[in-house]
Design a protein around this ligand. Structure first.
Ligand SMILES: NC(=O)c1ccc[n+]([C@@H]2O[C@H](COP(=O)([O-])OP(=O)(O)OC[C@H]3O[C@@H](n4cnc5c(N)ncnc54)[C@H](O)[C@@H]3O)[C@@H](O)[C@H]2O)c1
Ligand SMILES: O[C@H]1[C@H](O)[C@@H](O)[C@H](O)[C@@H](O)[C@H]1O
Length: 336
């Protein structure tokens, strides 16, 4: 079966996912496109999916009989209504992170999917599909003993002026919030945020860098440095300290050079390159499950937990280093 996919939001990642489906992956084709800016949808149609129908409204694309499954790749604040409409239509939906910009919004999605009674939603937490993180999880599960501490860093070379202090949580830390919970098979109980002096390259409305300290139910202490004006490159670090040893996320493959009297390893500068393979694997998982009328991978429950944790971290940014408690409601049976 070829899964007929409609893509809502044809900006940077919507275009890239369309390219994947049309040119890299098997088992699916993009038959419909929609964007708030119709010219963006038409440009993607012209470049990548000439047979696709362009819809002015995302809601009409979701309802279209030729669309079996939906990708929501629009701006974060617009995800919730599209995901709810896809669930109401009984169609599998892949939603880019964040699932919703508030915990209440994510809960509405969880409630709708649980009431529907079958998984339909996959959230775009692609790091769970990254070969390095998969190997790290195997080491944590079976080699280094029970985890005690995690040291992580999420560094971007630069961010635009519209990137404000809470975005370091909602837009950036959200990846660690999901992947560390998955790596440790644990949930968070509190968050603290500490700010060193502001880096000189941090623009006026942004406090950068910051350190988020998360504590888990099993007593693991996690520190994540978020530094989005680090200048030198796009750098993701993760080290897990266990009872018997330490496991570290591998560096991306790079040619080592002996050149000009230096031993050199290049560092990536663009997030699109760092996780390029994992985007392929996550969408492949979506296509396989959608062909069976369901969804796999990171669930709307995971998206909801990430939203609750993000809200706590944003509150912690204003709490002068004090801990903000995180408590989760009961998990519906659908997500056990
Ligand atoms: N998983 C990842 O690593 C990753 C990476 C980048 C972006 N993202 C997520 O993907 C989403 C899109 O990011 P992007 O970088 O492609 O942004 P972008 O700004 O390049 O594209 C967003 C597109 O959504 C369209 N849009 C806005 N409101 C809309 C609406 N109501 N209906 C339909 N279309 C609408 C815009 O016109 C634009 O074309 C964001 O939620 C972002 O967090 C995830
Ligand atoms: O939307 C991007 C993307 O999610 C990247 O993976 C992350 O490193 C950036 O901080 C964020 O702005």
């Amino acid at each position: 079966m070829t899964v007929r996919i409609g893509v809502i939001g044809t900006g940077m990642i919507g275009r890239d996912h369309t390219r994947r489906i049309q040119q890299v992956l098997a088992g699916a084709e993009v038959v419909a496109l929609s964007d708030y800016n119709p010219d963006a949808a038409r440009a993607v149609q012209a470049d990548l999916a000439p047979a696709a129908q362009v819809y002015e409204k995302g809601e009409d694309l979701i309802a279209a009989p030729e669309v079996d499954a939906i990708l929501v790749c629009s701006t974060g604040a617009t995800h919730e209504p599209y995901v709810l409409a896809a669930i109401a239509a009984g169609k599998p939906v892949f939603c880019e992170k964040p699932l919703a910009t508030t915990a209440d919004g994510a809960k509405r999605i969880v409630d709708a999917e649980a009431a529907f009674g079958r998984r339909l939603v996959q959230v775009g937490f692609m790091r769970r599909y990254d070969a390095g993180y998969v190997a790290l999880k195997a080491a944590v599960d079976s080699q280094i003993g029970a985890p005690i501490m995690v040291h992580a860093a999420h560094r971007n070379p630069t961010v635009p002026e519209h990137y404000l202090t809470p975005m370091a949580i909602h837009d950036t830390l959200i990846h660690e919030i999901d992947v560390l919970r998955w790596l440790l098979n644990d949930d968070y109980v509190s968050a603290r945020v500490l700010f060193p002096r502001k880096a000189a390259r941090s623009h006026g409305k942004l406090r950068d860098p910051q350190v988020v300290v998360l504590e888990t139910a099993k007593g693991v202490l996690i520190d994540v440095e978020i530094f989005v004006n680090c200048h030198y490159g796009y750098d993701i670090q993760c080290e897990i300290v266990g009872e018997d040893g330490i496991a570290k996320l591998p560096e991306p493959m790079a040619i080592q050079m002996r050149l000009d009297a230096k031993l050199q390893n290049p560092i990536l500068t663009d997030w699109k390159d760092r996780f390029v393979d994992s985007y392929d694997v996550e969408l492949n998982d979506f296509i396989k499950a959608a062909a069976q009328g369901t969804a796999a991978g990171p669930s709307s429950w995971d998206g909801y937990v990430a939203a609750i944790t993000s809200d706590a971290c944003v509150a912690a940014q204003e709490a002068d280093g004090e801990a903000v408690a995180i408590s989760l409601p009961a998990r519906p049976a659908l997500y056990n």
